[in-house]
Structures are given as C-alpha cells and as structure tokens.
Design a protein around this ligand. Structure first.
Ligand SMILES: [Zn+2]
Length: 446
C-alpha cells in the first residue's frame, strides 16, 4: 500500500501520516493494492476492523469503540408514502459518538498511535471534533480542538466530556498531529460504508445512494469502497452517487451545473455548509462518473425530511443527515430516481446533537397541527371546488358556520401564507384553490 497525490501523482510508502502532498499540497489517497486475500470480512474483529482485508495499513493495534455495522433499514412506511419499492436508510446515528465519522476516527487514531503521536489537534466543526475526542481518550492521545464557526451545543458537550480541550492558539501545544478533514486515513474508515451496504443488500449493488456533501470526503469514500470491490472483481457495476447540499451554501451543486456561485450563508445543516470543500473536485467527479448529480435542497425541506424520518421510521437525525432524504424526494419527483430503483439514503448524524434544529422541526409541526376547525373545513370545500371568497363564505354558512366575511378572508390569508392555498385571477375574480402541499398535510394527520 502507498500514498498517492490526487493532483501531481507523487507517491510514497506509508511510513508516516501524510495528510497532504509534500510537493503540491494536494489531497492524498491510499492506493488500493488488490491481492490474493480478496474481500473476506472477519466478523470476529471489532467494529469496522471486520474489513481489515480492505484496510491494509501497517498497524500495531486497532482502537475501536464498535463503530460501523449500523443497520440498513428497509423503509416500509416511507416507501408506501412516496410510492417506491426498495428504499433503505443506512442509520449512521448508531455509531458510538452518533455520526459516521467514527469509522474514520478509529483508523486515524490507531495509525497516530502506531506512529507514536501523543497529541492531536483539529480545527473542525462539531462531529469530527467530538469523534476524535472520544477515540483519542480511548487510545490515550490528548485531543485539542479549535472550534470553527458555530458549534451545536450537544457536540460541544461531547468534546468536553470525552476529554477534548478547547483552545484558541494551537501553537502552544506543539508537537502535535494536525487533522485535515480529507485525511487519507479517515477515508479508509469511511469507505467501509460501501462494504456494509453491499453485504446488507445480500451482495448486490444498489441503483443509487444519496449522500450529504460538505467537504466531499464521504461521497468520495463511498465511491472508493465500491471501486475497490470492483478491482477485486467482486462487483461489476457502480451505484449512481447523488450528493446533496443545502441551498444557502451549495458551491458544489452549482459547480456541477457549471455555475460559478460561491456565496455561503449558515443554514440549518451546518455540518455540510462548506464554502471551500476540501474534496470538491473529487465529489463532482465521482457523482458525474457514476451517472449521479449534486443537488441542493432548501432548509424547510430538510426540516420536513427530518420529521418524516422520525415520524415514519423512528430515526432521529440532525439536519445534515436529513438532507439526503430530502434530496431523495426531490430526485424522485424529477424522475431522476425511478420508483422501482433500489435506493440507499444515508442518515449521517444523530438528532440529539443539535437540539435547536429539533425545536425548529417541532415548531413547524405545530403550525400544521394548528390547522384545525375552520381552516380544515375551508380546505375541504376548496378541494372539492375552487371558488372565490364570497362563495366560500356562503358554503361555510350552509354548513352551519356563521362567521364574518373578514374572518374567512383572514383564514384564507393564513392558509396562503402556509402554502396550503393558492389563488389565480379569472377575469377580475380571485379564485382560491388548494395547493399540492395539501396532500402531505392530510397524510401527516392520518
Ligand atoms: Zn502532489
């Protein structure tokens, strides 16, 4: 096994950790070396080390918290709701610190121990820092964290309780190993997701996998896992890889369409809001090469997906984790994903890490619950026949509801604001009718 630089092709033996190319600063990857051992998972080994046959690194000891081996859940209720046949949720919230990153941390920390490091430093968002803190404690390495931008409260508590130390100036702690989110050892761990998906689908490759994309490391890692299976002649085909970003910060979704737009505001899915993705080129390449795409979804769509996963499947994810399900709905609507496809949606991180987003999900739920009584009756009347406010008022009176025309007008205005009623002008008359959104609301209330 060797390192190779993505950019200039520099190669080196694995005799030290090498996050970036010493020649050009490009991303490094570990070249897979197909040999006679082949794909032989060993269930007796802990966590993702089950796939030691595919992570052939020089290693003294593996530090595992039992990461990976997360369930691939066949989603029956959501499949019915969206009329698809084979929808699966890969529930990565079950990892020891609540995110897929634990798969990478076990490899990185075990390798740092092997190379004799005593301190590790990372400047990162919440999940990576929380996961590294836990695995550092397990291995006896001291973990220092510099918080970049906003951090969810749950993740901050995790870092502190796992023994991570928050600091503002890393120069005080040298010598240390500085973690880079696209570290090749992290990728060696993330790629095990592909092996698990393949095994759990009874040794079949799904048609599509939908993946949240921030830095692009995860989607690349999934591609690498399937690539290595193909190198071993275990599989013939690749799944289509679809990446998803939040529309307020979607540089890769724009680049995929050849649009140069880099502005990035903080959205709700902070884990994937990355202005300058470290593996952007690779993410675009693997989604394009496999016939997939990188798309963006809105913040409210993400909240709705979060609620769907919790309410229909009992899986509580954080917004970045819900983004993939939201993209699945969009790709299905656009006909990009077929209702007969086998689709795997990655739920990447646990919901309790980010209580603020749960509050947002609850308040939007309350809004739909608040639509009771009069508004329900209005929607029922309009769903039978589009009409103007005056005849709506008369219909309400015929049904025994004596309210003023002003009150009807106010109810209608509120329903328009919530997006359940739309209007169009026929001549001078404003005709009201129910919108497409009403079908979702009816199902939510059932
Ligand atoms: Zn290079």
């Amino acid at each position: 096994m060797q390192y190779r630089c993505f950019k200039c092709g520099f190669t080196d033996d694995i005799k030290r950790p090498l996050a970036r190319c010493p020649i050009c600063g490009g991303n490094m990857r570990i070249l897979y070396d197909a040999d006679e051992v082949g794909f032989k998972p060993d269930d007796k080994l802990p966590g993702i080390w089950k796939y030691t046959c595919m992570i052939k690194l020089p290693l003294t000891e593996a530090y595992s918290l039992g990461e990976g081996r997360t369930p691939l859940i066949r989603s029956f209720r959501l499949s019915r709701k969206f009329r698809v046949e084979k929808l699966y949720i890969k529930d990565e919230t079950r990892n020891p610190t609540g995110s897929f990153i634990d798969r990478g941390s076990t490899v990185l920390v075990s390798m740092l121990k092997h190379f004799g490091y005593k301190r590790v430093f990372c400047e990162a968002k919440g999940n990576l820092a929380a996961s590294l803190s836990a695995y550092s404690s397990l291995s006896g390495i001291k973990c220092y964290v510099k918080i970049r931008g906003h951090i969810d409260r749950g993740k901050l508590y995790q870092i502190l309780l796992y023994g991570g130390e928050i600091l503002s100036d890393e120069r005080k702690i040298a010598p240390y190993y500085s973690v880079y989110p696209a570290d090749p050892f992290l990728i060696e761990g993330y790629k095990t997701l592909s092996f698990e998906i393949y095994e759990d689908l009874e040794f079949k490759v799904p048609d599509s996998i939908v993946v949240p994309v921030g830095n692009g490391c995860l989607i690349y890692s999934i591609w690498k896992g399937f690539y290595e299976l193909r190198e071993l002649n275990v599989i013939d085909d690749f799944p289509r890889l679809y990446g998803v970003q939040e529309d307020v910060c979607a540089p890769l979704a724009y680049r995929f369409q050849n649009i140069d737009r880099r502005e990035c505001r903080k959205g709700i899915a902070v884990e994937i809001n990355e202005r300058r993705p470290y593996m952007g080129d690779e993410a675009i390449k693997v989604s394009r090469d496999t016939g997939g795409r990188i798309v963006s979804v809105g913040s409210m769509d993400i909240i709705e997906a979060l609620r769907d996963l919790a309410r229909y499947e009992g899986i509580l994810v954080e917004p970045a984790g819900a983004a993939a399900f939201s993209a699945f709905k969009k790709l299905l609507e656009e006909g990009e994903i077929d209702s007969k496809d086998t689709v795997v949606v990655l739920a990447t991180g646990a919901g309790l890490k980010n209580p603020r987003s749960l509050v947002k999900a609850l308040s939007s739920l309350e809004k739909s619950v608040m639509i009771g009584g009069t508004k329900k009756l209005i929607l029922e009347i309009l769903s039978r026949k589009p009409q103007h406010v005056y005849s709506l008022w008369k219909s309400l009176r015929e049904r025994g509801l004596n309210i003023s025309k002003t009150a009807v007008y106010l109810h209608v205005r509120e329903l328009e604001r919530l997006g359940y009623v739309v209007s169009e002008y026929v001549g001078r008359r404003k005709i009201l009718k129910v919108s497409g959104k009403i079908t979702c609301m009816k199902e939510t209330e059932d």
